[in-house]
Structure formats: C-alpha cells, structure tokens
Design a binder for this molecule. Structure first.
Ligand SMILES: CC(C)(COP(=O)(O)OP(=O)(O)OC[C@H]1O[C@@H](n2cnc3c(N)ncnc32)[C@H](O)[C@@H]1OP(=O)(O)O)[C@@H](O)C(=O)NCCC(=O)NCCS
Length: 189
C-alpha cells in the first residue's frame, strides 16, 4: 500500500483509546459532506460504541500505533447480507489505499463467516452528485441513476472501483433533493 505498513485489527469495546480516536476520525471525515448524523463528538462516540458491539464487525487501520481509519459492518438481512456502516479515513490519510484495504479485509472476513453480500447507503446531502436536486420521485428515476455524474468527489465512485453497484436511491432521504444512494456487492469466495 504505497510503501506504508498498515495493520488492520478488530476494534473491540476494551480498546478505549482507539475507539476515542475512531470517534474523532468520524467527526472530521464527515464534516465536509454536511452529514446531519455525526456533527458532534458525542454522536460519533455513540456510533463507534454501537459498531464495536461483539455481534458486529468493526475494523481499524493502524499506521504504527495511530488509527488512520475504520469501518463497521452489521447484519442487515439475517446474517447473509451485511450493511457497511460507516467507513471513515482520517482526512490526512486519504488517497493512500486505506479505505480500500478496510473494505476488502471486512469483505474477506464476512465471506469466511458465510455472508453473501454487502449493502450500503451513501448520502448526498450537499449536491456532490447529479442526483442531488433532481426530481427522483418522477418517472425518470432510473435514467437519473444510469446517467449519474460525480460533481464533488462523492464516494459512490470509490465503491464502484471496489465492485459495488448502484441498486437504487431513497429520493428525499435527508430532505428534499438530498438522496441516499444505495449500493450492493455480491461477495464471492
Ligand atoms: C471515501 C473514503 C473512505 C476513501 O478512502 P481512501 O483511503 O481515501 O480511498 P483509497 O485511497 O483506498 O482509494 C481507492 C480508490 O478509490 C478512489 N477514490 C477514493 N475516494 C474517492 C472519491 N471520493 N471519489 C472518487 N474516487 C475516489 C481513489 O482515487 C482510488 O482509485 P484508484 O484505485 O484508481 O487509485 C475516504 O475519502 C473518506 O473517509 N471520506 C469521508 C467519509 C466518507 O465519505 N465515507 C464513505 C461514506 S459512505
């Protein structure tokens, strides 16, 4: 991974310092997206605590002793399809392959436990794709999806590079013209 040694570990409830670092990364990583969900450290700590529950899968990427990013997965349709939620890389560690490494390692572990797919929702709350502000409630919904354009580095393209497909949208998920983009990937052994 671009000359760096990155160690991917499971984040457990006992890793208090790492969980605190994960909350900070969540806050910083989602600030530019206009996320309504993770605007305070308190909300981020709550999310991290949920993700680190033993029945979920929560992984962190370490560079030395420093947490550079983390990812959560939870069962969504029984134990067959899991939801990826959330994924956050520290802003000063972006573009180094850490996001890709976290997703792929999570998928590898899920396949080993018998899972067959991963689903995720990637919000567009600040006009980062051509879907924002479009009339997605009308008859042209699937045309809009087919001709999606990335305007300001929305992560849907990151996921496409890893094999995820757009399988739908929730048109006004976050308010009028602020959709959630739904993506899915089949896991193969
Ligand atoms: C999106 C995010 C997880 C990507 O992590 P990263 O470590 O920077 O990504 P990687 O370095 O592993 O990139 C893998 C590939 O995806 C591409 N990519 C990464 N982010 C991208 C984006 N926002 N838009 C388009 N392509 C992107 C990279 O250029 C790279 O492409 P390449 O293989 O052709 O070189 C990270 O930028 C982040 O945490 N963003 C803020 C939070 C967020 O949006 N999380 C996901 C919400 S669903």
């Amino acid at each position: 991974m671009k000359g760096m040694s990155v160690n991917i570990i499971e984040l457990a409830p006992a890793n208090e310092n790492l969980l605190e670092a994960a909350a900070r990364i969540l806050l910083e990583a989602f600030a530019p997206s206009g996320s309504r969900e993770w605007q305070t450290v308190k909300a981020c700590r709550h999310e991290v605590t949920q993700c680190a529950r033993p029945e979920y899968l929560c992984l962190g990427a370490l560079i030395g002793n420093e947490l550079a990013g983390w990812i959560g997965f939870r069962p969504a349709y029984g134990e067959y399809t899991w939801e990826l939620h959330p994924l956050a890389v520290a802003p000063d560690r972006e573009g180094m392959g850490i996001g890709r490494a976290l997703v792929l390692e999570g998928e590898r572990r899920l396949v080993d436990s018998g899972a067959g797919g991963v689903v995720l929702g990637s919000d567009d709350e600040s006009g980062r794709t051509s879907l924002a502000g479009s009339d997605l409630a009308g008859p042209d919904l699937f045309d809009h999806i087919r001709s999606i354009r990335n305007i300001r580095r929305h992560p849907y393209e990151f996921y496409q590079k890893l094999g995820y497909r757009i399988v739908g949208v929730i048109p006004d998920a976050n308010g009028p013209g602020k959709p959630d983009i739904l993506m899915w990937k089949r896991l193969v052994r």
